[in-house]
Each structure stands twice: as structure tokens, then as C-alpha cells.
Design a protein around this ligand. Structure first.
Ligand SMILES: CC(C)(COP(=O)(O)OP(=O)(O)OC[C@H]1O[C@@H](n2cnc3c(N)ncnc32)[C@H](O)[C@@H]1OP(=O)(O)O)[C@@H](O)C(=O)NCCC(=O)NCCS
Length: 323
């Protein structure tokens, strides 16, 4: 029976949510730190319902049965019209996942492009090889990794490094370090544009005043040389990061002259110690996969990938150059 790709409708919601839950169940076998709740259709369904109103979707049917779907959202992201499919927005149930994903993308991408959307992003659970393969072969490349770890302690702080909780007295130092982190991400190989942010100082001020979501600074030879900041993760579009009890690391930087001394590990250790005592269940971090230092550091410090996000940026001349 050939597989037919049709527009996604509300009638497909329940079966689609079941595909997401089934995939999630497979991922938990590989990564036991993932929350157990999203193995259940009742928990994945609300994520899909929210996505439904935010852009077109497609369903693959075999003999009337849903064997695949992709449902994304289309919105302005950093000033660019972007289609985004979270891990809760796609799934398959067929031996031939790779080809079904490719067929579904072909139909959906035509809709996105027709509406002037040339940047296509998708988040894929880390062990979903067929999906990764399908999107890589469609011209997608990796941009971001979400990774997870428990709160087991790392090595002790090296001599001469003092870590302390940051307060408003550290405002200038943390603004400066955050700005340097932005510059680092704007440089090779991540090349993430550092857009003007007139609210940066104000947001650091709020961050430092928030006792539930601390920032720590590292002092070495009389100077502030690094920081790490955390947030409590609420519900986002990505299942792997949507649960109570998830502590997110949202920024870390160590001055280049004091790197590889163990300052980063000492900062991470304090954050983990705090998370453990605040009874968080897991710690997550996300980073640009082209951030050489960041990738090496987090994966070296015991974080395991749970989500890979891939991106495809089309040549927008395709809007007119077709014959
Ligand atoms: C990521 C970053 C914070 C790490 O800080 P750091 O202080 O250099 O980290 P550490 O010194 O604790 O660890 C770095 C490496 O040195 C090694 N190291 C630590 N102490 C050491 C010692 N005494 N002797 C030898 N090596 C040591 C660590 O094992 C680690 O090795 P790895 O990279 O192979 O895993 C820093 O590189 C940085 O600011 N990078 C730019 C900003 C950035 O990418 N931030 C992350 C955003 S997502």
C-alpha cells in the first residue's frame, strides 16, 4: 500500500501524540535521566495542540493509518521568518522512517517556502538515527545540542580559585563577562550574530537579584575571571527540557588567560552542588555545536546529548529564480 502525504488535521492529533510518546519511550531506554512523563500520550498531546495553531503540518497515511507526521511553527525568530519543528512535532511508525520523513518534508517545505520562510529548524531526539539521517540528507546541518547530566560532584576547586555567589556588587563584572561570552559566540566557529541588546545590563541586574536562580563568579588572583548562571526550566516546546525539577545552565564564561586551570569545572561543581541541595532532578545545558570550547567542556564534564537541533537555510532567490 503506498504511503500518502496529506495535510495534518485535528483528526490526526491523538495518533500523532502517540507516535511522539512511543519515540520518547525508546529514548528513555538509552537515557534514563529523561523524565518518564512523556512516554504517555496524554502528556505529549498538549504540546501538539499548542503547535497546531502555529503553522502548517503534514501527515503520512498508509491504508488510512497515521504512520508519520511533521507539525511545525512558523514565526519571526531573531528577525528572520523561521519554521521550527520541536521534538514533540514529528514522529513516524514505519520501517521506512527515513523515506517517509523525506517525503513529508518535501510537502511541508513547499508550504513554508511559498509563505516566504527560508530557514527551517528541527529538534530530534538524540538516538533517532533515521530522522537524523533523513534531515542530514535533505541538506540540514547541526546547530545546537541539548545535553543532560545528574548532580554527581566533579573535581575539587583548584588552589587559588574562589567561587562565590554573585550579587549586585558583581554587576559590572558579570555584564562584562556576559558581553565577552556574546563576542565568543559571535566569533569563529559559532558565528552567532551578537545583536544589539540595550537591555543587557538590566537583565543581568534582574538575574543577580533573583535568589531562586543564582549566578556564581570565580575569583582568581584578585580578579573576577568567570561566571556560571542557572535558570529553572519551565515548559518549553522541547519535551526533554520541559519538566519541573530541571535546572538549566544558561551561561558560562572563563577569561581566556585563566582557562584549562579548572575554573570552569569549579563553577560547574558549585552550581551542581546548589542544584542537588535545591532538590532538582537533573541538570541540562544547551550549546551551539560549533562552539568548540563549549562543546568540549560540557561533553567532557559528563553531559550527554538528548536533543540535536538541525537547520537548513535556503537560498532565498528560490522565491523568484525557478525557470
Ligand atoms: C567552556 C569554558 C567556560 C571552560 O572553562 P575552563 O575554566 O577553561 O574549564 P576547565 O579548566 O575547568 O576545563 C577545561 C579543560 O581543562 C582541563 N583541565 C582542568 N583542570 C586542569 C588541570 N589542572 N590540568 C590540566 N587540564 C585541566 C579540563 O579537564 C578540561 O578539559 P576538556 O576541555 O578536555 O574537557 C571556557 O572554555 C570558556 O569560557 N569558553 C568560551 C565561552 C563558552 O564557550 N562558554 C560556554 C557557553 S555554552
Amino acid at each position: 500500500m503506498p504511503i500518502e502525504v496529506v495535510e495534518f488535521t485535528d483528526d490526526h492529533l491523538q495518533a500523532a501524540a502517540a507516535l511522539v510518546a512511543a519515540r520518547y519511550g525508546v529514548e528513555i531506554e538509552q537515557e534514563p535521566l529523561l523524565s518518564r512523563r512523556y512516554q504517555h500520550t496524554a502528556e505529549t498531546l498538549p504540546f501538539l495542540r499548542r503547535l497546531r495553531s502555529r503553522g502548517p503540518g503534514v501527515a503520512a497515511l498508509e491504508d488510512g493509518r497515521l504512520v508519520g507526521f511533521i507539525q511545525g511553527s512558523v514565526s519571526m525568530f531573531k528577525g528572520v521568518q523561521t519554521a521550527y519543528v520541536p521534538d514533540s512535532g514529528h514522529g513516524t511508525d514505519t520501517q521506512n522512517s527515513r523515506n517517509v520523513y523525506r517525503d513529508m518534508y518535501a510537502q511541508l517545505a513547499a508550504r513554508w517556502v511559498a509563505s516566504g520562510c527560508f530557514v527551517h529548524n528541527i529538534s530530534i531526539m538524540a538516538h533517532h538515527r533515521q530522522a537524523m539521517d533523513a534531515f542530514h540528507t535533505l541538506g540540514f546541518g547541526m546547530i545546537n545540542i541539548d545535553a543532560i547530566r545528574d548532580f554527581s560532584p566533579g573535581p575539587d576547586s583548584p588552589d587559588g580559585v574562589e567561587i562565590r555567589r554573585a550579587g549586585l556588587r558583581d554587576l559590572d563584572a558579570v555584564v562584562s563577562l556576559e558581553t565577552k561570552l556574546g563576542r565568543h559566540l559571535a566569533s569563529s566557529a559559532a558565528f552567532l550574530p551578537m545583536l544589539p541588546d540595550p537591555g543587557r545590563r538590566r537583565s543581568v541586574e534582574e538575574q543577580l537579584s533573583n535568589s531562586d536562580e543564582p549566578t556564581w563568579v570565580a575569583r582568581y588572583e584578585g580578579a573576577t575571571v568567570g561566571f556560571v548562571a542557572i535558570e529553572s526550566t519551565g515548559r518549553g516546546p522541547v519535551l526533554a527540557r520541559s519538566d519541573d525539577g530541571i535546572m538549566s545552565l544558561v551561561g558560562a564564561f572563563v577569561e581566556p588567560e585563566t582557562r584549562s586551570l579548572g575554573v570552569g569545572r569549579a563553577l560547574l561543581n558549585i552550581a551542581l552542588e546548589w542544584g542537588r541541595s535545591a532538590e532538582y532532578g537533573v541538570c541540562v545545558v544547551d550549546f551551539e555545536s560549533a562552539n568548540i570550547e563549549g562543546t568540549r567542556f560540557w561533553l567532557g564534564a559528563g553531559f550527554r546529548p538528548v536533543i540535536y537541533s538541525l537547520s537548513r537555510r535556503l537560498d532565498d532567490r528560490i522565491a523568484w529564480a525557478t525557470e
